[in-house]
Design a protein around this ligand. Sequence first.
Ligand code: FAD
Length: 405
Amino acid sequence: MNMTHVVVIGGGQAGASVVARLRSRGHSGPITLIGAEPHLPYQRPPLSKGYLLGEMEADRLMLRTADFYAENGIDLRLGQPVTAIDPGARTLSLGSETIGYDALVLATGSIARRLPAAIGGDLAGVYTVRTLADIDTARPEFQPGRRLVIVGGGYIGLEAAAVAAKLGLEVTVLEMAPRILQRVAAPETSTFFRELHLKNGVTVLEGTGLDRLLGEGGRVTAARLANGREVPADFVIAGVGILPDTRLAEAAGLTIDNGIATDAFCQTSDPHIWTAGDCASFPHAGGRLRLESVGNAIDMGECVADNILGAAQPYEPKAWFWSDQYDTKLQIAGLNSGYDRIVTRGPEGEAISHWYYAGDRLIAVDAMNDSRAYMVGKRLIEAGKSPDPAVVANPATDLKALLKA
Ligand code: FAD
């Protein structure tokens, strides 16, 4: 029997993945899962989609029921943040309690960046979209006819814009970069989503910085743009990215490098401490990579659990992501950094896909309303296969046949 006491800090997607995997792989020792939020571990993607729209109940967000943790002997400690770790003593502080561990997993996720108070970020009516509590606080503002300004044209800002437009709000998206989704997608994908939002009545202002938010009586009333124009706002969403939550790790003296740095086996600079999910950066392609996705949180969490149990398995991310806006489903396979060519397949009806190549190598696919292109692209990338771009672009090509080539 392995009686190692595993303590996981962070009751989110990665933390839940670690504890479930430990038990499914036969770990019989004690497991403690500590979460700062008062909820059972839950999935965040619906927060900017179905849950914000009011189409999903909160209990459907939960990854597993309370019974699962009880039946599997997982001690859940919710609603209280760990305040410090002492790696030398192998203990952590939870309120006035000191808890010992044999193996510790940091799955602390990330923190939504806020607009600075100096530019009005602390006015009432300015929200972030990260936690269930964020959405429960902001949702009453989503009433037809109200004016919403969204700062940041990334996936979260655009998903919130789609929900708000569907609910009949007057929505303006401000993007400082020359185009929405610039950090994460090719111009072709940005164009697709710009057109989609314009068609749904959203105002999309690209290459437009925010000068500051204006307020009256402590509540936001407008956004003043860098060009001097003022856009009236009943409320504002800041979708300006996230920061990996490295606070505990830093204070404990662990190595930080765009997240809590791991070796190939998800182990931090302390041999008894592991990390997974949004907060972790791991070696990849000669550099370091940090991913902000459900797939990474699940897979890295499982890899950590396996390695705590002695698997010595290096972590190889199989990157995938999705976004839902209006009736469009975007599915992304692979990592597009370093691409030098885009090959487009379609449109065929509502379906279109953009295939990213680096030289002759297929590295990523953005598939809009085309789950076949996504599925085939993902399997090709994972198998290291790169079909001829002209064959991919040819509408007569049977995509599935590419897998057999
Ligand atoms: P989290 O899920 O953030 O969990 C970390 C937990 O650790 C938090 O509950 C936090 O409170 C807790 N914690 C932190 N510090 C402490 C402490 N000191 N003590 C105790 N607990 C602590 N990804 C996709 O792939 N597809 C999508 O469509 C998608 N949509 C998204 C939409 C929204 C609105 C958001 C916010 C994210 C979305 N993501 C999406 C990203 C995805 O949800 C995250 O990558 C994933 O949740 C990361 O899991 P994690 O466990 O690393 O972090």
